[in-house]
Design a protein around this ligand. Structure first.
Ligand code: OOG
Ligand code: NI
Length: 470
């Protein structure tokens, strides 16, 4: 008898909801951030009816407050291998490779996310997933000690593994299995205040790098933040202190613009939390800093050419002004960013014509009518000029390594910007993952090309229909 499987989109939505509930309970300040974001979003929608209309049309209004991403840090190749299989149950695949060692953070990362447009429209939730690079620990003794500690832990419940296998064998999960899977999967990301190491070991790991202590000292890869979408990131950043929240010094990514590009993000500083160390005769308490809240605002995906310009402008800003520890020079940085980014066109049509960004094309009703009347423009440019072909920005669904490094740094206790030489090792990452990571630019290019083909076909089909009718 055929089994009725639920869609991977539904499992992803259930998972997002379960993670949100868990994290709000674990980190009350995150709940406060969510409330602020909801207030700011409501204000934006009230002031801008056109925006409300656009979001309603896109089906975005009901789920505006649903989280858009989270992040975890894994310790071993096996853990990464299994997380790929776990996220596959929810329709998420590894896209992109990010080398964070360039910023002095000993990890490399990918983004697990849905890739097709329909799935992204249902729920675009993604997880920024990092793998610790123990080979970057210089002290050999400490490195093998960390390896031995990590080798002992089991971060997935046996039932989660069984359900992953069931999904792989049967090609899906039933509603009951999906509910059970989500409940088991969130266990992996739960916070454990009891460290698996002694205070002394924790200190040595921490001295090597705070991030090493965060990954190695606990039972599992606790979710370290969740990130809702905001319609006005500058407003949320400015208003965090009103609610007793301390934001990081600067918003990462491009400056505020009329036509949003890529990704802007900011976070509140990670909280200092009480933990209990293991292995001591008496319970020894300490504190650990890892968990925070973040917000994001996404814009159009840039082509390789647009991205090269973005990277060059950002590097020039960072070469000119470095935000210091404690946020010194944040104002000068923001000013420099705004000034230098004037070199990147701030109109959808310019971005499109100069081949700087990706767009989704569609035939307009005027276009369909023109096809019927035989007054269609010729090539896409002529069609656009006549209003017969429309285009809208394709949203950037991925992350930015320099921004991610800034988020890491801020939450590892400093706002100081750092620039290091790259030591990327994508092959090792993919070997651990057990798959190649997908090329995000190719995914956007495919979506743009497919939309243009479909639009042209829609116009062409209209012509054909006319011929058959006549
Ligand atoms: C991940 C930081 C990166 C982002 O939004 O760029 C990130 C981490 O701290 O583990 O989440
Ligand atoms: Ni993040």
């Amino acid at each position: 008898m055929p089994q009725a499987f639920v869609s991977t989109d539904r499992i992803r939505s259930l998972f997002t909801e379960a993670m949100s509930q868990m994290y709000r309970t674990e980190v009350p300040q995150y709940g406060t951030l969510i409330e602020l974001v909801a207030d700011v979003n409501a204000g934006c929608l009230e002031r801008d009816p056109a925006l409300r209309e656009r979001l309603a049309h896109a089906g975005e209004l009901e789920r505006i407050d649903v989280e858009r991403h989270g992040a975890i840090r894994l310790g071993t190749a096996d853990e990464l291998f299994t997380i790929r299989r776990l996220f596959a149950v929810m329709g998420m695949q590894a896209v992109g490779y990010y080398d964070l060692s360039v910023a002095g953070v000993p990890v490399h990362s990918t983004c697990f996310r849905p890739i097709d447009e329909a799935a992204l429209n249902v729920n675009p939730f993604r997880v920024f997933t990092s793998l610790l690079r123990l080979e970057l620990i210089e002290d050999e003794g400490l490195r093998s000690e960390a390896e031995a500690i990590l080798a002992k832990r089991r971060i997935y419940t046996p039932r989660a593994i069984a359900l992953i296998e069931r999904h792989e064998q049967n090609g899906g999960l039933t509603e009951a299995e999906a509910a059970e899977f989500v409940a088991e999967a969130v266990e992996t990301f739960r916070w454990h205040g009891e460290a698996t190491v002694s205070a002394e070991t924790y200190k040595r790991l921490h001295d090597a790098h705070r991030l090493i202590a965060d990954v190695v000292s606990f039972k599992g890869p606790h979710i370290n933040h969740l990130t809702p979408r905001t319609l006005d990131i500058d407003a949320v950043q400015a208003r965090m202190p009103e609610r007793g929240i301390t934001p990081k010094a600067v918003i990462e990514g491009p400056p505020r613009r009329d036509c949003d590009i890529l990704l802007r993000q900011t976070s509140f500083k990670a909280l200092e939390e009480t933990i209990v160390f293991a292995g001591d005769a008496e319970a020894v308490q300490g504190t650990h800093t890892a968990r925070f809240g973040e917000i994001e605002q996404r814009g159009v995906a840039l082509t390789a050419k647009g991205r090269a310009l973005y990277d060059r402008l950002l590097a020039s800003v960072r070469g000119e002004v470095q935000v210091g520890a404690g946020g010194a020079k944040a104002g000068a940085y923001d000013q420099e960013l705004a000034d230098r980014f004037k070199a990147l066109p701030d109109s959808w049509d310019e971005l499109r014509r100069q081949g700087l960004a990706f767009f989704r094309y569609s035939a307009t009703s005027e276009g369909i009518a023109a096809a019927v009347n035989g007054t269609l423009g010729g090539d896409p440019e002529a069609l656009i000029a006549k209003g017969q072909l429309a285009f809208s920005p394709i949203v950037y669904e991925d992350f930015l390594p320099v921004s991610a490094a800034g988020i890491f740094q801020s939450n590892l206790g400093t706002d100081q910007q750092q620039n290091y030489a790259t030591r990327s090792n994508r092959d090792a990452f993919e070997a651990a993952l057990g798959a190649t990571v997908q090329d995000e630019l190719a995914l956007y290019a495919e979506r743009q090309a497919a939309s243009l083909d479909a639009a042209m076909e829609a116009l062409g089909l209209a012509v054909l229909q006319l011929k058959t009718v006549a």
